[in-house]
Design a protein around this ligand. Structure first.
Ligand code: R5P
Length: 294
């Protein structure tokens, strides 16, 4: 087994290789003077299983492009199986045509991957209108979850927590984690007007005064969702607010926005490298990849 990476997830790829006692060989990716991609594997792939580790952030479009070129090259060089480990899989939120004429990018992304790789492993993909990954992928698609890791983090670090999911879809993280640690949970109601404008309402009123509130979501992108939730929670005079995201995209000054809204601490997993990473998904991926070593 050869573990490679196209650039975004080098730390993860390296530590996976170490833990699996597999060879780590990152790709050389650059560009020609006119901007065309240049890509090179530095080791023989003949008859090898090749694991490409690549989260789709930063630069989701280029990440997809790099993966397709890398996978096609690996196949051309004789690899026997190409597995994509994408701890964060982008495009999943565009799961329908919200306005006429729009691209359903999730379908296009899956079609490209279906053609170029043999298997995908990902962590907490944004499944909303698609209920399962095989609604989208024809190749074997494994969905792992960081729920247990997040639950362990909360158990260790936060006393007497209340778990809040900022929108309906977040029940699959917030409620499951709350049940696991035996905490109360509530799911808020969110209306999205655009990528940067959301409104969040507390619908099921549970006491938040003097409690340590933990908002859990799969993705923190611009931070608007959690910031709006935090403002409402702040008004109920919570003692502290922690925001936990599996995938910390944290674009467009999201960190500042969250702090200004009253979030005391932001915690993310290392699915995407960021200085808020406190939850390590390495072992989750190692366990899954071990099955490929047998
Ligand atoms: C969508 O429903 C996701 O679960 C997140 O709530 C959303 O992507 C967060 O985006 P933002 O941080 O830009 O509000």
């Amino acid at each position: 087994m050869i573990i490679s990476s196209c650039g975004n997830s080098q730390d993860l790829a390296q530590s996976l290789a170490r833990k699996l006692r597999a060879k780590y060989s990152p790709l050389t990716i650059g560009s020609f003077p006119d901007g065309e991609i240049y890509l090179k594997f530095k080791t023989s792939l003949k008859l090898k299983k090749v694991v490409l580790v690549q989260s789709f952030q930063p630069r989701p479009d280029m990440s997809l492009f790099d993966i397709i070129f890398a996978a096609e090259t690996a196949r051309d060089l004789g690899a026997k199986k190409i597995i994509l480990v994408a701890p964060y899989l982008a495009y999943m939120r565009q799961d329908k045509r919200f306005n006429s004429g729009e691209a359903i990018t999730s379908k296009i992304m899956a079609k490209l991957l279906n053609n170029s790789i043999d298997k995908i492993i990902t962590i907490d993909p944004h499944l909303h209108r698609y209920k399962r990954l095989d609604n989208l992928f024809k190749i074997p698609a494994v969905k792992l979850t960081a729920n247990n890791l997040i639950a362990d983090y909360i158990k260790k670090k936060i006393k007497n927590p209340v778990i809040v999911g900022p929108d309906w879809e977040s029940y699959q993280w917030a409620e499951v984690i709350a049940r696991d640690i035996g905490a109360e949970a509530t799911i808020l109601s969110k209306t999205r007007f655009s990528s940067r404008k959301v409104k969040v309402k507390i619908v099921n009123s549970i006491p938040l005064k003097n409690r340590n509130v933990v908002i859990v979501d799969d993705i923190i992108s611009t931070g608007h969702t959690i910031a709006e939730a935090a403002k409402k929670i702040k008004l109920r005079r919570a003692n502290s607010i922690t925001a936990i995201g599996v995938h910390g995209l944290l674009v467009e000054e999201a960190v500042t926005k969250l702090k200004l809204a009253g979030v005391d601490k932001i915690v993310t997993t290392n699915c995407i490298k960021h200085n808020t990473n406190e939850i390590d998904v390495n072992n989750l991926l190692v366990e899954e990849l071990r099955k490929e070593k047998k």
